[in-house]
Design a protein around this ligand. Structure first.
Ligand SMILES: [Zn+2]
Length: 234
């Protein structure tokens, strides 16, 4: 796939797919919410305008480069303040300035609200967004059926475990999880799979594999979940 592709999920939700990562567009009656801005330079704001004329709020689940590439097409990029340092490191000169979103903040699109849940681990300021009316959790990179990056600076597997527990404690509020990588939709049971994998990894029970692409880390997989992890971080 070159560039990106807009795929409708339902009447007011879209996913925007590029080769390696996806963004989401959610539309209410008053405004729209764009979650992340892909890993390719593409006319993303134009694409959004073709879907809705409502004002669009850009929220970054976190500030890894594959989630912020089109941030230069927007006036503001909302994210958790614990992510500002990583954003400063990764942003390009003309990227939108960072604006704060705190744990518990409610983003009201009109007829549809998203709650911000701070889930440090994959990065310090990673957030999930809970679409309360539609019972969907938008997880960023914290939940995935493919291996999760948890090596190097700004990342911590113990913090991730605590954040997975926070999401598990809220699991009566949602039925599905929309991810950024791999399969777009996973079940709530994926949280348990990732938690189990993290415990087995830290207990030394999983054999390290070489990643399928060059990385300063090893790949660890267990029962439908996985990590790219560097034991030298501990
Ligand atoms: Zn990512």
């Amino acid at each position: 796939m070159s560039g990106f592709e807009l795929i409708k999920i339902n009447d007011n939700s879209w996913r925007i797919e590029s080769d390696m990562v996806r963004a989401y567009l959610f539309v209410g009656t008053k405004k729209a919410l764009l979650v992340d801005s892909l890993n390719v330079s593409a006319p993303l704001s134009e694409l959004v305008k073709n879907v809705t004329e409502l004002p669009v709020m850009l929220v970054n689940t976190h500030a890894d480069p594959d989630h912020i590439t089109c941030n230069d097409q927007f006036e503001a990029a909302y994210m958790h303040p614990a992510e500002f340092a990583l954003y400063r490191k990764n942003k390009k000169k003309n990227d939108a300035p960072a604006m704060p979103l705190w744990n518990g903040d409610i983003i009201d699109l009109g007829g549809r609200t998203f709650e911000v849940i701070h889930i440090p681990g994959h990065t310090c300021g990673s957030i999930a967004l809970l679409d309360r009316e539609n019972r969907v959790l938008v997880s960023g990179d914290t939940i995935s059926a493919s291996p999760i990056f948890i090596f190097g600076p700004f990342r911590d597997i113990h913090a991730l475990q605590l954040s997975l527990q926070i999401l598990k404690d809220r699991s009566s509020d949602y039925d599905r999880i929309y991810t950024s990588h791999g399969e777009y939709q996973v079940g709530v049971d994926q949280i348990d799979k990732i938690l189990a994998c993290s415990k087995e990894l830290l207990a030394g029970h999983i054999t390290a594999e070489e990643p399928p692409f060059p990385l300063p880390a090893k790949m660890y997989r267990y029962n439908g979940a996985g990590f790219y992890f560097d034991p030298a971080d501990f």
